[in-house]
Design a protein around this ligand. Structure first.
Ligand code: SF4
Length: 441
């Protein structure tokens, strides 16, 4: 049996796409290899959101070229956002690559392999004629959890972001297709869904005039599917959180009390330069409205440090919002200019040392607040979806609360089970506890 190996870079959407690549390759009769060394088909599903993934890929491609020299029959395949961004010169850049495809053309890999590379274009890219990866067979990493792609692309124009240039405009899947997939997943034993889109909460807008719907209705429809105990979604945009979505989160039993609400900056002046389309005041108002409507809500966020022109005052305003909103978790990024984005050409690029100094102050604040919020969970019971043994200590189990906090706990449960855990200790990232009972569903 020929074997494949997939290396995934970047976001949840890429993690989803890689599950589809694996499903497609297994449908072609290939088996998974433990490492690229043992694989006949070596696939890289790439990211280009920052400089770092590009650099990492270059190292991987060096190794891949060496393997190709050892065994010329080995197939090197490159997909994802970097491939799309570099579509004009990808084979010049990496001559060892046999076949390449954009995020909207994953099925092309199967076509190329199926034809043994004969009579099929070496690369397929483009943002006009895209296919939903969700239409391909999948190979879920876990039998009880699944990603469900509800849309692709993004219509926003955040000045630092390369996504619209590599994933195209927003295109929503039709509700019937999504619900049919959700029903199939529930029938196959999936208990937790994550609805996926670059701008997930603007889902449905482009289905007009045929279909008049919105993301809140989709959450409610998924909530009505028996067997689905938990529903999550990512990545939303603050500008698209309308009342029906907030009400659906508050009222649907399966929709978890966790929302990722990217802030990016606490300075309205910088938010304007980022083209985020909301102000600091509007963002705080939205966060407070959500907290009021959704009991026990956990808020996560994304923050960029060192955006061009960021002054000490702008940065202090970011720290103020972090303190005011009080996040349970935060992804913090040092601004990285991306060729082809508006922000990369802006004046007043912030010196690297200053970015790092500010990043350290931000991380310290974020971790202090997250630790305080997690410490407030000590003594409480949390419903936990068991994922398996802890990564660091096989004698304890690991899982996640509905508020998306990782929990390591002692107990006897199987992966995929819902259990009640009494919380006994906390850090800024995790909770620790002991199992009390299985959760009856
Ligand atoms: S909303 Fe902005 S940051 Fe997010 S994918 Fe779209 S353009 Fe990029």
């Amino acid at each position: 049996m020929r074997r494949y190996h997939v290396t995934t870079f970047g976001c949840q959407m890429n993690a989803h796409d890689s599950e589809r690549i694996k499903g497609m390759l297994e449908e072609l009769g290939l088996g998974e290899a433990a490492s690229p060394d043992d694989a006949d088909v070596v696939v890289f599903n790439t990211c280009t959101i920052r400089e770092k993934p590009d650099q990492k890929l270059a190292a991987y491609m060096g190794e891949a070229a060496a393997r190709k020299r050892e065994d010329p029959d080995r197939v090197i395949a490159l997909g994802g956002c970097f491939a799309e961004a570099q579509r004009e010169r990808i084979f010049e850049l990496y001559p060892a690559v046999d076949v390449a495809f954009g995020p909207g053309s994953i099925a092309h890999l199967g076509d190329w392999l199926g034809a043994g590379g004969v009579g099929v274009a070496r690369g397929r890219f483009g943002l006009d004629d895209r296919d939903f990866a969700a239409e391909l067979p999948t190979r879920n990493e876990r039998s009880f959890q699944a990603w469900v792609q509800v849309s692709m692309g993004c219509n926003s124009k955040c000045s630092y972001c390369i996504v619209p240039a590599v994933r195209g405009r927003e295109q929503s899947r039709r509700p019937g297709e999504i619900l049919a997939e959700v029903q199939r997943l529930a029938d196959s034993g999936v208990r937790e869904l994550t609805l996926l889109g670059q701008n997930v909460n603007s889902w449905g807008r482009d289905l007009l005039p045929d279909i008049r719907t919105e993301f809140g209705e989709l959450l409610r429809a998924c909530d009505r599917v028996d067997g689905i105990d938990r529903i999550r979604f990512t990545s939303p945009h603050p500008k698209d959180f309308r009342d029906p979505v907030i009400e659906a989160i508050a009222e649907c039993a399966a929709v978890c009390e966790h929302v990722h609400l990217p802030l990016q900056s606490g300075s309205s002046r910088l938010l304007k330069a980022m083209r985020r389309t909301y102000t600091r005041e509007r963002y705080i108002e939205l966060a407070e409205k959500m907290r009021a409507a959704i009991p026990d809500l956990a808020l996560g966020t994304d923050i960029i440090v060192g955006f061009p022109g960021e002054t000490e005052q702008d940065f202090l305003e970011t720290l103020e919002v972090v303190e005011h909103v009080g996040y349970d978790s935060a992804f913090t990024f040092v601004y990285s200019p991306r060729n082809g984005t508006e922000a990369a050409a802006l004046p007043n690029q912030v010196p690297h040392e200053l970015k790092i100094e500010r990043m350290e102050r931000l991380v310290e604040l974020v971790q202090r607040i997250a630790r305080e919020r997690n410490e407030a969970r000590v003594g409480r019971s949390e419903e936990v979806l068991v994922e398996g043994p802890s990564r660091t200590d096989a004698s304890v189990l690991r899982g996640r609360t509905r508020r998306n906090t990782a929990v390591n706990f002692t107990g006897e449960a199987l992966a995929g089970e819902l259990v009640e855990v009494r919380i006994e200790a906390a850090t800024s990232m995790t909770l620790r506890g002991s199992q009390r009972a299985l959760v009856a569903v």
